[in-house]
Design a protein around this ligand. Structure first.
Ligand code: SF4
Length: 448
């Protein structure tokens, strides 16, 4: 939640000395609130005011980054309760649970299965990004061996969970540079964990036996200077887990409870023994605020729908997903290849381009910017109409790439074909309504 210009102004010296480059302190405050200038530009801000400003500008739910490299992820940083108010910022991470009580062969099998779980959808790579390594046996060397094995065989972000501090200390000696999340921090070990997290610059996982205890522990960690904290509220059942997620988010956003202003971790597999129910419960926590969702079921049919659900919930509802307006050559087209046109709504683009590719017919695909709307919607909005398409045909310079003037338009806008021919001078053919029919159409389509 941002701080207002007037609130900032109250903390400035109010001398209007102009050294910051602005005519008044108020003008500077307004620019600072709009994040257009840095606080350091004013040499007269007191340390006390700096602290107050930093505190006031703190997001209601602190962002936490776990890991480094391609599999690192950030959670938290959220500012709204409901997606339609603005958007949800950071998607939950799906972490697979592996324990030191598992046999080597079991661990290998899980790792092999997780590594291949990746899917491309509307131009994005969807995959799990972390592994939750827990200790079920109080055997330090067993835990070290497990972490060593996983760290050396994968690039996933690591969540290291062991109540034996010596074990965490030892594994950090070889993997602290991967910025793992470490825990569980409890009332009994918080002092030692805080110094371990500080010396290794790691985020911590705090586990409270109740929400009250959680608040006490996060307050202590925060007072000690730790900012990257993940909350485990130890729910006893699904209802409690659901209630805790909502209570924590509401407290942070509406009651400005800073002690609960951190992302959370949930364990759907602890709330059921039925694998499919684990996925359903995980889906609930995708919608209801979890930062990390720890999974046991490594079946792709369990994870795939969850990743799709996450992608859908975490897109910006005020901004349609779009692709760039341009000519997309598919399969090395030449001057005699067909020319198809559609809109820049990314789902439309990926469906159409996928089918064109599948047809094995080299094709020029023209993607026209209609602010990310689908074919019918943009036609109804007066954006994908004959006059505008004719302008786009000229603008994109497709005439420099082909020796013909034949254009295929989506079947949904068949009604504009005559007018488009008049406006553009191109011969217009009405293509299929559905993308799935494109391969059959292209295989029999002849450029005149
Ligand atoms: S430098 Fe500081 S005190 Fe001077 S005008 Fe700017 S904000 Fe005000």
């Amino acid at each position: 939640m941002g701080i207002s210009g007037l609130d900032i102004f109250k903390l400035l010296p109010k001398t209007n000395c102009r050294e910051c480059g602005f005519p008044t302190c108020l003008a500077f405050a307004m620019q600072l609130a709009a994040k257009k200038v840095e606080l350091e530009k004013c040499p007269y801000v007191t340390e006390e005011a700096k602290k107050a400003l930093a505190e006031a500008a703190r997001p209601p739910i602190m962002p936490v980054t776990v890991g480094t490299g391609d599999f690192s992820f950030t959670i938290g940083g959220e500012t709204v309760l409901y997606r339609h108010e603005k958007r949800f910022e950071h998607r939950p991470s799906f972490a697979y649970s592996i324990s030191d009580s598992m046999k080597d062969s079991q661990v290998d099998e899980i790792l092999n299965r997780i590594k291949v779980q990746k899917w491309e959808r509307v131009g994005e790579l969807l995959q799990p990004n972390s592994i939750y390594l827990k200790s079920d046996e109080d055997d330090v060397s067993k835990y070290i061996n497990l972490v060593e094995k996983v760290a050396s065989n994968t690039e996933f972000s690591l969540i290291l969970v062991n109540e034996n501090l010596e074990a965490i200390e030892k594994v950090l000696q070889f993997c602290s540079d991967r910025k793992p999340l470490i825990g569980p921090v409890t009332k009994d070990n918080i002092d030692d964990f805080i110094s371990l997290a500080k010396s290794n610059s790691c985020p911590i996982l705090i586990k409270g036996e109740s929400l009250e205890e959680l608040i006490q522990l996060t307050t202590k960690a925060s007072d000690e200077g730790l900012k990257e904290i993940v909350l485990d509220s130890s729910p006893n059942n699904l209802k409690e887990a659901f209630d805790h997620q909502i209570y924590i988010r509401r407290s942070a956003l509406e009651k400005k409870n800073k002690a609960l202003g951190y992302p959370t971790i949930v364990y759907p597999f602890e709330l059921t023994d039925v694998p499919i129910k684990e996925s359903v419960i995980a889906g609930i926590f995708v919608a209801k605020y979890a930062g990390i969702i720890v999974m046991k079921n490594v079946e792709p049919e369990s994870l795939f729908p969850l990743l799709i659900l996450t992608q859908n919930i975490y897109t910006d509802p005020q901004r349609p997903m779009t692709v760039e307006e341009k000519i997309y050559p598919i399969g090395n087209p030449d001057e005699k290849s067909p020319v198809l046109i559609t809109t820049n709504f990314s789902l439309t683009y990926f469906l159409v381009s996928g089918e064109v590719e599948g047809s094995k017919v080299p094709t020029w695909l023209l993607i026209m910017d209609v602010e990310g709307q689908s074919v019918l919607t943009s036609w109804a909005a007066g954006k994908f109409i004959a006059e505008e398409i004719a302008k786009f045909i000229k603008r994109c310079k497709i005439e420099e790439k082909v020796s013909h003037k034949n254009l295929v338009i989506p079947g949904y806008v068949a009604q504009i074909s005559g007018e488009l021919e008049d406006e553009s001078g191109w011969k217009v053919t009405v293509g299929p309504r559905e993308a799935v029919d494109i391969p059959k159409f292209l295989q029999s389509y002849k450029v005149a």
